[in-house]
Design a protein around this ligand. Structure first.
Ligand SMILES: NC(=O)c1ccc[n+]([C@@H]2O[C@H](COP(=O)([O-])OP(=O)(O)OC[C@H]3O[C@@H](n4cnc5c(N)ncnc54)[C@H](OP(=O)(O)O)[C@@H]3O)[C@@H](O)[C@H]2O)c1
Length: 283
């Protein structure tokens, strides 16, 4: 059990994002109070404005910590600074979402650990939901996914599994000190993942491997902000060398069950209509 018996709220940073939103929903469904930490939250939280950090930490019992991009230069120092303030504010119980295999992400984990926090680390590979709730959804809708990812298989993990592990860690002190490597149950190349989506939606969606340069140029032409293009190309260039082409047992260890398979994700996402072709605007 968690020592947080007074039902102080749990702070969920990135609580409007892909994982944080799910963490907040799960805690709320259990009747546990939640404070969302985001620029749209109340009080407002902004990683770039340290004056907003203290107010969101006031009176909370624990925190789910997720930077909007933990591999950008300086994120490790920012995360370390936040963790120090959390510990100094009497909020030592932290659950940190991190990447898997990026040196910058590892630096961030060390910085948070150095704060002396009672820490659980979730080291996550690519989220399956990037195809439906983020970067690649519009490409699926337009029947062609073009990314700088070749034949390297990746163990895509379901955002629901990550959120389940985060909530387990936030509500049970047995997870303090654990590092959970979170992967799905199967390695898939990007082409194979897109084929699964194609099967689920019942129409052909092509996967086209492109160079990092072509990807950057196409993203810039679509109006993606330059710092985002830079970060995406950095991540694609850094982690797709096969370093993550192996499965890990983090979901099983944390939850005592197997992770969800990508085909289940694709079936359920397709059923929501999220990948329906975009309606062409009437002239
Ligand atoms: N996507 C992947 O496949 C993957 C894999 C492994 C690890 N990760 C890591 O996961 C993290 C992202 O998690 P996610 O995908 O759940 O988030 P997300 O869906 O990208 O959402 C970002 C969240 O951060 C908030 N945010 C953005 N800028 C902010 C700022 N300046 N200050 C405070 N909050 C801010 C957003 O809310 P507001 O806009 O309201 O502020 C939102 O709640 C990153 O650290 C990433 O490196 C991602």
């Amino acid at each position: 059990m968690n020592g947080n018996t007074r039902q102080e709220p749990t702070l969920v940073l990135g609580g409007t994002g892909k994982i944080g939103r799910r963490v907040a929903e799960r805690l709320t469904a259990r009747g546990l109070p939640v404070r969302i930490g985001a620029r749209s939250g109340e009080p407002r939280f902004d990683w770039e404005d340290r004056s907003t950090w203290g107010p969101v930490l006031a009176g909370v019992g624990s925190a789910y910590v997720s930077h909007y991009w933990d591999v950008i230069p300086g994120a490790a120092e920012t995360l370390g600074g936040f963790a120090e303030l959390a510990v100094a504010s009497g909020v030592p119980r932290l659950v940190l979402l991190s990447g898997r295999g990026e040196e910058e992400a590892e630096r961030a984990v060390r910085a948070v650990r150095d704060s002396g926090a009672e820490l659980t680390v979730l080291r996550s590979t690519w989220f399956a939901q990037n195809f439906s709730e983020s970067y690649w959804r519009e490409q699926v809708q337009s029947n062609e996914v073009a990314l700088p990812a070749g034949a390297t298989p990746e163990p895509f993990v379901d955002a629901d599994d990550i959120a389940d592990v985060a909530v387990a860690a936030l509500t049970d002190d047995r997870h303090v000190g654990e590092v959970y490597e979170l992967t799905g149950p199967r390695l898939l190349t990007f082409a194979e993942a897109v084929r699964e989506i194609s099967r689920a939606v019942g129409r052909e969606i092509r996967y086209v491997p492109i160079s990092n340069e072509d990807f950057a140029a196409a993203a810039a032409a679509q109006g993606v902000p330059s710092e985002v293009v830079e970060m995406l190309t950095f991540i694609f260039g850094e982690v797709l060398d096969g370093r993550n082409a192996h499965l890990a047992d983090g979901v099983q260890r944390a939850l005592g069950r197997e992770p969800r398979d990508f085909s289940d994700y694709a079936r359920d996402a397709a059923a929501t209509g999220i990948w329906n072709p975009r309606a062409t605007r009437a002239a």
